[in-house]
Design a protein around this ligand. Structure first.
Ligand code: FES
Length: 363
């Protein structure tokens, strides 16, 4: 795959003595851009001013960028490891109708700068402690698992890692050659795959099954999965399926952790104003009224009204879209970043909340 790079933006000495970036806003310079697959692109950044990046393996960044005159925020998992702190890599999949992902894939090039904030996220190796891992991913959900694996193998902490990745076909395998290399150099790193098609094209030395994940292929690829802490990331239907499967087969769910960005891809990145026709409830925000279908999130209504809200992850993970329900009934699929007090006061995450009645909302 083609790689675009920029010559070193500053000297070794400046780089080695650079301060750490640990939190807050940072200006990034894109120094490398390459295709991982036909629709997945990685971007390597350095600080526009030299910095060493400190983050927890598995965390995400939020990009702030202007698209058609509108300021947009979107979160992406860091796919590189903090064991290699002089640059940071973000890996982005093109999404049909995805406003931000496709804009970045098309328009962000080597030599360009972009503002980012973070790092954020509790789906990481510091906040979740374990020593035997099962990283279970689908599609671009592989990015945090890759960062965590790089960290665990770079730092040689003796972690026991089963890495099971699900993809549509061999052409959709992200980081395949890097994972092969990690596997080769680390006997305690066991890579296996489940492919919807083309499993027969995978080298015979690699454990690979056809179809989709189920109790049978999980057991045969990772026999001791019951003894492992499981990290799951991928599209919403995949995670729901894996969660139900593990519950059904009696897995200890206290050892289960998941994260997803943009699972409902088209909806989650739909252009403002793209709302469905079905009308069930009235959303009131100050003086504004909007008819909403029960399938729509509060975020869709807020954006369709053109009201200011930061929605970075659109998946109930970053907490940026917090708002308060003053009246009415809602249902939330995530309250991940909210405190018990905030929940008691009616705060919800707009991206993860749907209406069960007419509601009145404060931003
Ligand atoms: S946009 Fe991140 S929690 Fe809603």
């Amino acid at each position: 795959m083609t790689t675009d790079t920029i010559s070193k933006p500053y000297s070794d000495e400046l780089q080695l003595t650079s301060p750490s970036w640990q939190h807050g806003e940072v200006e990034l310079l894109c120094v490398e851009k390459w295709h991982e697959t036909h629709d997945v692109i990685s971007f390597r950044f350095q600080g526009a001013q030299p910095v060493k990046f400190q983050f927890k393996p598995g965390q995400f960044l939020t990009f702030k960028t202007e698209i058609d005159g509108q300021l947009t925020y979107r979160s992406y998992t860091i796919s590189s490891s903090p064991s290699r702190p002089y640059s940071i890599v973000v890996t982005i999949k093109r999404i049909e109708g995805g406003v931000v992902s496709n804009h970045l894939a098309d328009s962000l090039n080597v030599g360009d700068t972009i503002t980012a904030t973070g790092p954020d996220g509790v789906f990481n190796l510091v906040d979740i402690k374990a020593d035997r891992f099962l990283f279970l991913s689908a599609g671009s959900g592989i990015t945090p698992m890759y960062s965590m694996s790089r960290w665990l193998t770079d730092t040689q902490v003796g972690a026991d890692i089963a890495f099971l990745h699900c993809a549509k076909s061999p052409e959709d395998l992200i980081f395949k050659s890097d994972l092969d290399r990690i596997s080769l150099n680390n006997p305690a790193f066991k890579l296996s795959l489940i492919l919807e098609s083309g499993a027969d094209q995978i080298e015979s030395t690699l454990a690979c099954e056809s179809g989709r994940i189920n109790a049978g292929n999980l057991q045969s690829l990772v026999e001791d999965f019951h003894q492992r802490t499981i990290f799951v990331c991928g599209p919403e239907p995949f995670m729901n399926g894996v969660k139900s499967l593990l519950e059904e087969i009696g897995f200890d769910m206290s050892m289960y952790h998941q994260e997803s960005f943009g699972g409902a891809a088209v909806t989650s990145e739909a252009a403002p104003g793209a709302v469905s026709e079905q009308t069930d409830f009235m959303l009131s925000i100050g003086e504004r009224r909007r008819s909403m279908s029960q399938d729509q999130s509060l975020l869709e209504g807020i954006e369709a009204e053109g009201l200011p809200i930061i929605a970075a992850c659109r998946s109930g993970v970053c907490g940026a879209c917090k708002c308060q329900v003053l009246e009415g009934e809602t249902e939330s699929s995530s309250q991940m970043t909210l405190t018990a007090d905030e929940i008691a006061q009616g705060y919800v995450l707009a991206c993860s909340t749907k209406m069960k009645s007419d509601i009145s909302l404060a931003l």
